[in-house]
Structures are given as C-alpha cells and as structure tokens.
Design a protein around this ligand. Sequence first.
Ligand code: T1G
Length: 696
Amino acid sequence: MSKVVNYEVENNIAVITIDSPPVNAMGYLVRQGTWDAIEQFEKDTAATAAVLICAGRTFIAGADISEFNAPPKDPWLPDLVQRIEDCPKVIVAAIHGTALGGGLETAMACHYRCAVASAKVGLPEVTLGLLSGASGTQRLPRLTGVKKALDMMISGKPISAAEAKESGVIDEIIEGDLREGALAYAASLLKENSSVRQLSKMDVDKEGINDEFFNDYRQQMQKQTRGFFAPEQIVKCAEAAVSKSYEDALKVERDLFTECRESTHSQAQRHLFFAEREVAKITDVPKDTPKRDINSVAVIGAGTMGGGITMNFLAIGLPVTLLEVSQEGLERGLAIIRKNYEGMVKKGRMNEDQLEETMALIKPTTSYADLSEADLVIEAVFENMAVKKEVFAELDKVCKQGAILASNTSSLDLNEIAEVTARPEDVIGLHFFAPANVMRLLEIVRGAKTARDVIATTMAMAKAIRKIGVLVGVCFGFVGNRMFFPYVREAQLMLLEGVSAERIDKVAFDWGMAMGPNSVVDLSGLDVFNKLNSEWADRPDDPAYYRVCSVLCEMERYGQKTGRGMYIYEGRKAVADEEVSEIAAREAKALGIEAREVSDEEIMERMMCAMINEGALVLEEGIAQRSSDIDVVFANGYGMPRFRGGPMIYADTLGLDNVYQAINKYRERYGDLYWTPAPLLEQLAKEGKTFSEWKK
Ligand code: T1G
C-alpha cells in the first residue's frame, strides 16, 4: 500500500484513508495510491462497500496546484474520478474540512457523500484562472441544477454542509466521529440494498434553462468577472452540460480546462495563490519564533483610519480602547463606526444585538492612562512626523513593558518615530489601507531595531484579523506607495502632453485596474498626494512633477471629498471636466512641454514600466523580501487585477529585456531623472533572468 493512502477493512466495509499533509492535495502519489486502493477494493470479496476518507485537517482540498506547471502524470485526476464512479460496489465519500476542486470532484465520483456539519464543499478553480477539469462542470449541475452550479463555480465560494445537503451535493450529515458515522452510513446503504449511483448517467435538469438563461447569466456576472478569462469558459461548460451528452460535454470541459491552464491569466492567479502564502515566510524570523499575547488593543485616533482599524479587532471579539484628544472627536469617531455597522445590519450581515455587543467592546477615552494595559497600541493620527513623535513619547511613558507600539503611518520614517522611545525594539509599522476594515493588505513595516518576536506577533495578528500581512522595510512609501507614485507620476506627466484624464483612466481600467490613476487620486484626495510629495525629502527636482495635482490643490479641488478634482462629481458619478485639460495645457505651455500623440499602449507601458523600475530598486534595497511579495501588495491593496498577477510577475511575463528596452526608449526621450534603469533590472535583463528567480 502507498505511503499516502491506507486500505483496511472493518465489518466488511473497506476504509480507504488518504493521508497526505497539509491538505491531502491530489498530487501524483495520492492519485496513484487511490487508484490502487480502488482496484484492491474491487477485488476484495471481504469488502462489500467502501468509505473514502482523509486523515488530518481536511478532505482533499483539490488537485495539487504546484503540478500544473509540469506535464500531467498518469493517473490523471479525470481518469481516477471515472475509475471511482465505474466501481461496481458502493463507495461513500466521508468529508470534513474543505472538499474543494478536485476534492469535491472525487467526492462526486463516489456514489454517496456524507460530511460533518462543519465541512464545506466548493469548486474554487476560477480563483486560479481555471475551471473544474475533472468532470466538476458536468457532475455538479447534475446534483444542484445549472444555476446553483454556475453560482458556485463562478464565485468560487464554498458552501456549508447544510447548504450542500439542501442542494443535493451531500446525502447525509454525520453527527460525532466522521469515520464511525460514515461506516454506519455505508452499512445502512448496504442494508437498504442501495445501488451505485453514477452521476454521469443522470440527466441535467433543463427546466428553464435556455439560451436567454446563459446570456442573462453572462450579463449578471460581468461586473465581478470583468477581464477574467476563465468565467466565460465555465459558462461554456455549463452550456455543454445542457446541450450535449455527458461524454461530449466532458470533451468540451477538457479542452477549455487546458486553455485556461495554459493562459497567462491562470499562471498569474496561481502565482498569487502561492505568493500570498509565501509572504508569511520571513528569512530571519522562523515559524517557531515565540509570539507575544495580544488580548487587548488600543487605537489612537478615531478618524476614518482609526475607526476602520478598530473594526478589524472588534470583528474577532477583541476589546479596543479607542483614544481621541477631544470628547467631540471621540464621539464623532464612534458615530462613524456605529454607522458602518448600521450599514451591515441593513444588508443583513449582522443584527441589532450583535451591533450593540460589538460597540460595547469599545472603551472610548481621552486619557493616555487608559492605554497602560494594552498589549498592542496602534497610532492612527495625522500624517505628520512631529505629531507622531509626541504620541510615541507619551506611549513610552504610559504603556506596560512588552506592549507593541505600532504606527499606521503610510510613508514616514518609522526609525525616526521609534527613536523617541526607550523601546525601539517594540516599535513596528502597521500600514492599513483605506477602508481599513475592508482592504486585505497590511504592510508590516520593520524598523531597524524591531524585535523578531514583534514581527512574528504582528504577522500572526494580521492573519487573525483576515489581512494579508506583507513585511516591508523603511523607506518613503514603503513598497506600495513608493511604487504607486511613479505610476501616477507618468499619468500626471501625460496630462501635460495633452492626454485627457478620462482617456488615461479608461486605458488603465481596460487593462484590468479597478480604477484609473486619476480616479484613485480623486478618491484618496489630491491633497493627500500633494502633502506626501511635499513631505518627501528626495522629491524629484522637476517643476512638472505632479504639476496638475498641485494646481488643483491650490484651487482646493481635492477630489471626491470636495466634489471636484480630476473630475467633477455628481454624487459618486465622475464627470470629465474640460477645465482640467485646459489647466494641463496652460501649465504645459509654461513648462515648455509640447502636446504629442500618445498611444494606448504607451499610456499603460509608461505607467507600468515606471512602477516596475521602482520595484526593482525596492528589491535590491531589501525593502521587500522577494518579488512575489510586491505582487501580493498590488493585488491586495491597489486594485491590480489578479489575472495580471502583480507588477513583478507581469514584468517577468513581458520579459525583462523588453521592459529594459522600453525604459531606455523613455530615457532617450525624457532623460535620466525618471528613466534610469534600476541596476537589478539591467542585470537580470542582460542575463535573461526573471525577478521571480532572483534572491537577494
Ligand atoms: N495544492 C497544493 N498546495 C496546496 C493546495 C493545493 N490545492 N491547497 C493548499 N496548499 C498548501 C498551501 O500552499 C500551504 O502550503 C498549505 O497547503 C496550507 O494552505 C482538477 C484543477 C484548503 C482552504 O483551490 O483554499 O482542484 O505555505 O495556508 O489557510 O478540477 O489552502 O504551508 O507550504 O491556504 O488553512 C482547487 C486551495 C485546486 C483550494 C486551507 N483547490 N487551497 O486554507 O491553509 S485546482 C483549491 C485553499 C483543482 C481540479 C482543479 C486553502 C485551504 P505552505 P493554507 P488554510
């Protein structure tokens, strides 16, 4: 018997146990071992039924994603799935944890399915730019109907065991021990002379499913799937399930799965899957580094950021002491938090009692003395160094030994802040992204003296509050903002060359960005960008740098918050404003910049090459641990589409030599100030290497 699949017989029922940590992914050894166990069961006259179960934390969590970059190895999962279904004796899948992707497909090939109440099942392949390539697109509709199957495959979201039972995916919910319950369930099936149930032989319920249905479905999914390749292929598989025989539809599934797997979209999305797990691995902070207990949190500043930060901890039941300098400011902040929760009550995501219970976790105060017992204090005050230093000097006096002192600064020098305390080893940056209770990204800023256990504690805390914590070094703008500024810089400069704000934004939107750079600037506030640039000691010595942004700020046109910025706002609707182009033309004339034709390709190339070049500097300076960390920042904090994978993998996909040539093209036209290739980029381009291969 294989090392990862065990076979035994108990009371004439075979128990096939897969044991392949961490998630029983269907890699080659698991597939081969399962195949052999099915063969053995089929021949074993002592066994009249079988239970397929997994050891460890979960049932099969899918095919082994890491195998997709190599040619598939027999037995293929689709073939194994069919082998299971073809077994003439009853096989019962016993599910716990998450049966996902190939895991659910394997369970659907079994003739019956049982699960513990806490189990979840789903087909999340779309999140990897794939579709269920082992008959899932054909078997699931036969169980749940086409609409429910499409909802599950297009959203990629798992459903609970209860919902799965209601939808026909699970036949029996097991109370108590799964193995025991599954054996009893299998015995009851034998007692009832239950036969093998083969989904492939069942028809799809076609009631109400016609061409309009699929076209309507395509329309309603457009907003959430814009730009992605896989969702349309999934709809095509569902259409085949309705219009073709099982065998013919399976061929459609196999062909479209291969197209998805080979697509740059899927390669980018699979890259992000692993990158978002790699971020937690810190070279000099091993997994077993001791962590400090975080049982109480304090937040300083009850503004938008402070309120949002507070909500993250309330969401996991942690009490928060919320400090503001004035009672009025405190009440205003509490009102904002309450309003956010009232919105959630309206959407049915919480009830009134939960709202009050959550609000009761907040301990509002205007006194620093109340912070003395906090395990973690997060400063979220005005983005000004002097103010932050005052706060940290006060924290140093009142906070208990061992408290972690964190700043939410988005760009200021954390080392300078730490130096005003006698405990720089306890100081770290926690850069939340607005809205802080929504955005998944959390840049964790490591100071020169930040202790390893403080890093380990805050990285674990990030996961606890369902954020993706990315460890970054200290520099202006850390990783995200530092690379986003050159991206916006190019957008600003193109305005002076006569390109309209709305055209630049459309090109970026069509490329896949959630919003174009000018819309982002209006959302964050032109004054915020203006202030950050004015705080930047090494700001480029160029009067054209963010010129339009500066002029609009002088006119107090800050963006959405003032109803006018790069656009005019009628409510949330952005309307192009001819005056911005006039301002740009006037400023260009004064600066001696001539209008020129700029292609859509150049618009995106300049913005991305500026970002990528800065990313190469970030890497060689050690501000980010690895290029994939940078990709995680942009996929989770800046609205970069997951099917692009992030700026650095995108550069690898373009080929660094092509990026290098493009930068040199702009260097010839615009000079060295912005377009000097980063040494690392030049080196890798000349060596024919990628950022992904590079290690500092
Ligand atoms: N393949 C390979 N490794 C995987 C894996 C997978 N499917 N799932 C998880 N891992 C690794 C992960 O990289 C990490 O490794 C460790 O397991 C723990 O994961 C043919 C084509 C199951 C909900 O998309 O959603 O089947 O960092 O940190 O937070 O039609 O993992 O420790 O070295 O995420 O408790 C479809 C993906 C695949 C599910 C657990 N399946 N996995 O979450 O742990 S395609 C999926 C998850 C497919 C078929 C198609 C989650 C989880 P390391 P983790 P977690």
